[in-house]
Design a protein around this ligand. Structure first.
Ligand code: ZN
Length: 382
């Protein structure tokens, strides 16, 4: 076997939020993924033959029970964590003995932004070296205050993970040393006389420790964008005394025929949201034959769709609606339509666009028999 990864997830660090959070940070979901899931999602499945995640058994059951299934592109195995980092790392290395990889990387699950490029550079470096680790230079001005009140300034080297080792060397180091006091695995190798090659790390591969770090992570992680399209058309009933309703606005114009209030605007928007979420069309959730939805206000469909966005943890980026009709003049009502939509979907008015076009008197819309609406939406995960 060529390459293996040990992902250390045994930490119980709760510094992120010591007031109410009882979940160790690596298991906190940001959007749809916790740190471990986010790292594995972006990890190139061709790099490692095996991934051993060292984690406390109860935490694994509670937070990672679907991990193997959700990330079946990777060969994942769980190893029970030790009391200290050193012991967890040792357990991880020992668990790989029967597979005997050539190269092994040990990574901290609190650094979910490590790139595939960095991982590949570390593995390559092992062709020449027994041990390799990334570092970054702290460019901030450093000031130490000594006992004699003398100030010294200089550069500080920050060592990151993943740290890469030839398996035979790291195995030897763990077997040889019995103490559990080393801070990281490169220090362990130094104890048996193996020097580490330090290569340039990545600034964004920082360790998430405090709330500030979590904010930075939220800004840096790549969000997933999705789009959806919706279209609807209803026939105009010139014999009715009721008023037309478009995007919740009552308009002095003959109404549309439909099972509900026939609001083509809301219906198109709903279908675009459901489409972006890979769900079925609005008719599947609110059947035309069901008396429950007879003459109902279409805002309940909008509220349903907004709930689906929340459940799947997506936010609306923008929404673009287009009406196709000869009459009425949509521009007159666009402002109120935007207010209604922004209230129902809990978004800013600036995220909404309402446009209209006529059909140049061509076809059934051109003859004034019906009104159509189309909607395009973009959403992003939290
Ligand atoms: Zn409709």
């Amino acid at each position: 076997m060529k390459n293996a990864l040990i992902l250390l997830a045994g930490g119980t660090g709760r510094r992120l939020d010591n007031t109410k959070n009882t979940v160790p940070k690596q298991f906190i979901k940001i959007g749809n993924y916790n740190f471990i899931e986010y790292f594995l999602k972006n990890l190139d499945e061709k790099i490692f033959n095996r991934i051993h995640i060292v984690v406390n058994k109860s935490m694994q059951k509670k937070h990672l029970s679907n991990l193997k299934k959700d990330f079946s592109k990777h060969q994942i195995k769980f190893v029970n964590a030790g009391k200290e980092r050193q012991l967890s790392s040792k357990k991880g290395i020992y668990s790989l003995q029967k597979y005997y990889p050539k190269k092994v990387l040990i990574h901290d699950s609190a650094r979910p932004l490590a790139s595939n490029r960095l991982i590949k550079r570390l593995l390559k470096s092992l062709d020449k070296h027994h041990s390799c680790a990334p570092f970054i230079i702290n460019n901030d001005f450093i000031k130490y205050k000594s006992r004699k009140n003398i100030f010294i300034h200089g550069k500080i080297m920050n060592i990151q993970t993943p740290q890469a080792f030839r398996f035979t060397s790291i195995l030897k180091a763990h077997r040889f040393l019995k103490s559990n006091c080393e801070k990281d695995d490169t220090s362990l190798l130094e104890k048996i006389g193996i020097k580490t090659k330090f290569i340039k790390g990545e600034k964004f591969n920082f360790k998430i420790t405090y709330l500030d770090d979590l904010d930075l992570y939220k800004k840096l992680k790549q969000n997933e964008f999705r789009s959806g399209i919706g279209y609807d058309i209803h026939r105009i009933n010139y014999n009715s005394k009721k008023r037309l309703i478009l995007c919740g606005v009552k308009i002095s114009h003959p109404p549309l025929i439909g099972h509900s209030d026939a609001d083509v605007g809301y219906h198109a928007i709903c279908d675009s949201i459901l489409g972006a979420l890979s769900l079925k069309d609005i008719g599947c959730y609110f059947n035309n034959n069901n008396k429950k939805w007879k003459n109902v206000d279409s805002k309940i469909f909008m509220q349903f769709c907004n709930k689906q966005l929340k459940i799947k943890k997506y936010n609306i980026v923008n929404l673009d609606i287009n009406f196709i009709c000869e009459k009425p003049n949509i521009n007159k009502y666009a402002k109120q339509m935007k207010v209604n939509i922004s209230t129902l979907l809990e978004i800013d008015i600036n995220q909404i666009s309402i446009k209209a076009t006529t059909n140049e008197k061509i076809g059934f819309i051109g003859k004034g028999e019906g009104i159509a609406a189309e909607s395009i939406i973009q959403i992003e995960n939290e």
